[in-house]
Structure formats: structure tokens, C-alpha cells
Write a protein that binds this ligand. Structure first.
Ligand code: HEM
Length: 220
């Protein structure tokens, strides 16, 4: 049950946060749009069609694996939204020895995800959403075990990852293909600063104050 609720929460919250990030970072919105156009062109013979009409011709395999920039946007959003602790219980029937530590039979072990995801040695300027970290093959976090745990790690990684990535690519690509958008305050003024994620949260959360998106239909 926990996994089902977590799945809904993580998918919805990350999709919404990524739209906020893209609305706040025109550079990344343009890069995502360029990627969508490039992939659409690969699977359409008539690229004079409106972009939205080209998207249905993209095969599911491409939705799953071709959207590298969108995936980087998602990875860094998950890094920031995955809050709180992961935990495991020792149900082996005996004490477990891990390095110098002993986990008694029946005891819980908890791990604060921020220990990894907020570590400036692995993610410089860690509070900043920055997809470029994940487009760098030599990024520091790739060089340490469990350096990124956004989809879990070890023997119980996320079973829904493939589905979650697919739904995320489809939802976000359709939105970006349809609208040019920016983050604004309630009265329509440009939003100067996006609220930071409260790292004391226990699970993915809405922004601490409302973020509005001002959108207009794309003409090209
Ligand atoms: C952006 C969306 C998602 C994120 C960031 C995410 C993240 C995670 C993480 C970090 C874990 C490991 C938790 C731990 O080690 O304690 C996990 C486990 C799991 N996730 Fe997801 N998840 C997402 C979406 C989904 C979806 C859509 C489904 C189902 C359709 C799903 C099903 C599961 C299941 C069943 C597990 C437990 C796996 C096990 O214990 O063997 N997740 N997820």
C-alpha cells in the first residue's frame, strides 16, 4: 500500500515541480522543446505538421529511452523531492554485522536520503535544480556506490521506474509542445525566485507558497 501511495505522490509532485522548474528556466524549456522536435522529426515524414500532431507517431520505445534532456530534468527534480528516510528491518532471524556496526535481529535501520542527495561533494550547489549534472558522464555522484538513490538502490529499487519515466516523458513533452510558459505570482508578475524545497519534509511536497504558470499556445 505504501508503495502505491508513494508512486502516486512522487509521479504527480515531480511532474508539477518540473513544469515549475521549466517555467522558471527558459534555457531548459528551450532545450526540452528542441529535444521533442528532434525526436518527433525522426519519426515523422511530414515535419510541417504542428508539433502536437507529430507526437502520436513517436513509438513507445522512443518515449521510454530517447528523451535524455527530459530524463535529466526528472532526475534532478527527484533528487530534490525525495525527502525523509528510507528504512529496512532486519528480518533475517539473526544479528547482522555491517562494517563495525551490528544491526540486532528485528531492529530497523534508517537512512536519510539527503545524506546523498544534498552532499555538495556529489552535487555542487545542492539546493539548485540543475539537469546538467545528469548529462555529465563524469559527474562525481556516478563515481561512488549509491551516489544517486532517486529510484532506490540495491535489492529493492523502484519497480515502477519504467512506467513512471514513460508517463513523465509523455505528460511533459505534450505540455511543452503545446505551451510556452513562465512562472508568475498570483497577480501575473514574473516570479523572481522559485520557492526552495523544504528539506525537512517527510515526502514529496507542494512548493511552500503557490507558483502560477502563465502559458500561451505555441505557434511554432
Ligand atoms: C517519479 C516517480 C517515482 C519515484 C521517484 C519513485 C521512487 C522510488 C524509490 C526511491 C523506491 C525505493 C524505496 C526504498 O528503497 O525504500 C521505490 C520503490 C518502489 N516503487 Fe517507486 N517511484 C516512483 C514511481 C513509482 C510508480 C509509478 C510505481 C508503480 C506503478 C512505483 C512502484 C514502486 C514499488 C512497488 C516499490 C517497492 C519495490 C521493492 O520494495 O521491491 N514507483 N520507488
Amino acid at each position: 500500500m505504501g508503495a502505491l501511495f508513494a508512486a502516486q505522490l512522487n509521479s504527480g509532485m515531480n511532474a508539477a515541480w518540473i513544469l515549475c522548474y521549466l517555467g522558471h528556466a527558459p534555457k531548459w524549456q528551450s532545450l526540452v522543446l528542441a529535444e521533442i522536435k528532434q525526436i518527433a522529426a525522426k519519426y515523422n515524414t511530414d515535419i510541417s505538421l504542428p508539433l502536437l500532431d507529430q507526437l502520436p507517431n513517436i513509438p513507445v520505445e522512443a518515449w521510454e529511452s530517447d528523451f535524455r534532456v527530459l530524463d535529466a530534468c526528472l532526475r534532478d527534480s527527484i533528487r530534490l523531492q525525495l525527502l525523509g528516510t528510507a528504512f529496512r528491518r532486519n528480518v533475517s532471524g539473526k544479528d547482522l554485522h555491517v562494517g563495525d556496526e551490528v544491526v540486532p535481529n528485528g531492529a530497523f535501520v534508517t537512512y536519510h536520503l539527503g545524506d546523498t542527495h544534498q552532499d555538495p561533494a556529489l552535487f555542487p550547489d545542492p539546493e539548485q535544480w540543475d539537469p546538467s549534472r545528469h548529462l555529465d558522464e563524469n559527474a562525481a555522484y556516478r563515481k561512488v556506490p549509491h551516489g544517486y538513490v532517486g529510484w532506490g538502490s540495491g535489492r529493492h529499487p523502484c519497480l515502477g521506474m519504467r512506467f513512471a519515466k514513460l508517463e513523465m516523458s509523455v505528460v511533459l513533452a505534450y505540455f511543452v509542445a503545446a505551451f510556452e510558459f513562465q512562472t508568475v505570482e498570483k497577480d501575473g508578475r514574473r516570479m523572481e525566485k522559485l520557492p526552495k524545497v523544504d528539506q525537512n519534509g517527510h515526502a514529496a511536497m507542494k512548493p511552500s507558497r503557490p507558483v502560477f504558470l502563465k502559458a500561451k499556445e505555441r505557434t511554432s
